[in-house]
Design a protein around this ligand. Structure first.
Ligand code: 4AD
Length: 448
């Protein structure tokens, strides 16, 4: 009998077996009228399929048909697994398929806007190939994003989004094991949740409304609703005009909120254990994916940047990186927490320090010198919360139901928010957040 087999699981152990694979015709190379090589790709893995004319394999017509296939067409191939004498270049699997039948399931247009093999090469490989006089096109970011369904087919992209899925999965598993409850807060809300003007406004049946800049207010209200410890995985909308390598207008927030018994270090302790679990599990579960990503995007150490830090100001990108470099040199880690930020640079709901209210019970977490998490203990006294909101220029009327939630008794609490795309970007040492968003939204892009 014949068996459906994934290209990625074609190994030498299957030698002699008849298999059926479905994938894309990545390239077809005719050696003669009687022989051709077809590279079939499925989920980033590739296998060389040999079409060789003989009475029990394929006909001349079949070879002609196969060599006429447009690249990226969807094909079914039936044949026998064989092990060649020498290593196979240009395919990930180290076995071949001796083809008996090829069917075309869906034809791709003859001219593609992106050549997948070119799109899958590292910068270094491209430089070398160009120097060697090879004809190839460097695929730029905009072209990749404009034709994202093609770009997503590269092995590195197949890896990136599988890693992303695992980050979400491990986040959920860890928090469930720590007694947190998964919740979903509304994304259509009456007022801005983080303060500031970076919010998408909309008309909610005649009432002014906006897209949630974070689940902040409602996750705190879930604490007022006695869930004790909650988390959420959901979309976050930011209208900021940030044209940087790490800002999107829509990203996926991994949010946590919890009661605090004695000190906000209880929240940082969860962060610490969550991220150790996350990195350990990713390294264990995603070896193949990390290898594929590293092949196209090898890790390059951060560049130095010598910039002074303002003691009452926030850190900018350069100073964050510089600090990352210092921490790495001094403590040998690329993951660290900074806490006790000046109150003035934190959102209105942040609790000031009891010993010095110019500072706050807040923290940020960094990987390789860039912020991935922001967290804090919150103000749980309603009148003080209203005062703080006003002081930060927020119209308290728009958040009155939130402020009032604390009038019926509320425990001390705190939490944090993580940007999923940023974690994946930094964990995989990628240079742009658009690489870790399936269909990124930035100030200039709302399609595809
Ligand atoms: O620092 P932010 O704005 O903090 C909050 O939203 C708070 N409510 C969190 C809390 O519980 N105190 O966002 C949290 C994280 C950032 O550390 C960053 O990883 C990510 O979200 N993030 C962005 N990711 C992509 N594009 C943007 N424009 C982002 N803004 C923040």
């Amino acid at each position: 009998g014949r068996e459906w087999t994934e290209v990625g699981s074609l190994t030498k152990g299957l030698e002699g077996r008849t298999v059926l694979v479905r994938g894309r015709a990545q390239t077809v190379r005719a050696v003669s009228k009687k022989m051709a090589f077809l590279i079939v790709r499925e989920k980033g893995f590739t296998v060389q399929c040999v079409l060789s004319v003989s009475p029990d394999l394929v006909s001349l017509g079949m070879v002609k048909f196969a060599t006429g296939l447009n690249r990226e067409s969807y094909v079914d191939v039936e044949g026998t697994v064989s092990v060649p004498n020498s290593p196979i270049k240009g395919a990930s699997q180290q076995v071949e398929i001796q083809v008996r039948k090829v069917y075309c399931i869906s034809k791709a247009v003859p001219t593609l806007p992106i050549n997948i093999e070119d799109a899958a090469r590292s910068e270094l490989e491209i430089d070398k190939a160009l120097q060697a006089g090879e004809q190839l096109v460097r695929v730029n970011q905009d072209t990749r994003l404009n034709f994202r369904v093609l770009d997503l087919r590269t092995p590195s992209n197949q890896g990136i989004f599988r890693v992303q899925c695992q980050v979400e999965n491990i986040f959920r598993q860890f928090l469930l094991s720590e007694g947190f409850v998964g919740i979903h807060t509304p994304k259509l809300i009456a007022g801005s949740s983080e303060g500031g003007s970076a919010v998408f406004r909309l008309d909610y049946k005649g009432q002014p409304a906006c897209l949630a800049q974070s689940p902040q207010l409602h996750k705190q209200m879930a604490i007022c609703g006695d869930f004790g410890r909650v988390f959420e995985v959901g979309p976050v909308f930011r209208a900021e005009d940030s044209f940087t390598h790490r800002h999107l207008c829509e990203f996926t927030g991994l949010d946590v909120e919890m009661e605090i018994k004695e000190h906000y270090s209880e929240v940082m302790d969860i962060v610490d254990r969550l991220f150790v679990a996350l990195f350990d599990s990713l390294n264990e579960r995603c070896q193949k994916e990390l290898e594929a990503i590293g092949k196209q995007y090898p890790f390059e150490p951060l560049k130095e940047a010598g910039i002074e830090i303002d003691p009452l100001g926030d850190l900018n990108t350069e100073s964050e990186r510089k600090l990352g470099q210092l921490v790495l040199e001094k403590y040998g880690t690329e993951f660290y927490i900074l806490h006790r930020y000046p109150l003035a640079v934190r959102p209105f709901y942040t609790l000031p320090c009891s010993d010095d209210p110019t500072y706050s019970n807040s923290f940020d977490v960094f990987i390789r010198g860039e912020e991935i998490i922001s967290g804090a203990q919150r103000v749980h006294l309603p009148d003080f919360l209203a005062t703080r909101a006003e002081a930060c220029g927020i119209d308290v009327k728009t958040i009155s139901t939130y402020v009032d939630s604390f009038r019926y008794g509320a425990p001390p609490h705190g939490g944090f928010g993580v940007g999923l795309e940023r974690v994946v970007m930094l964990f995989c040492a990628l240079n742009n957040i658009r690489k870790t968003s399936l269909f990124p939204r930035d100030p200039l892009r709302i399609a595809p």
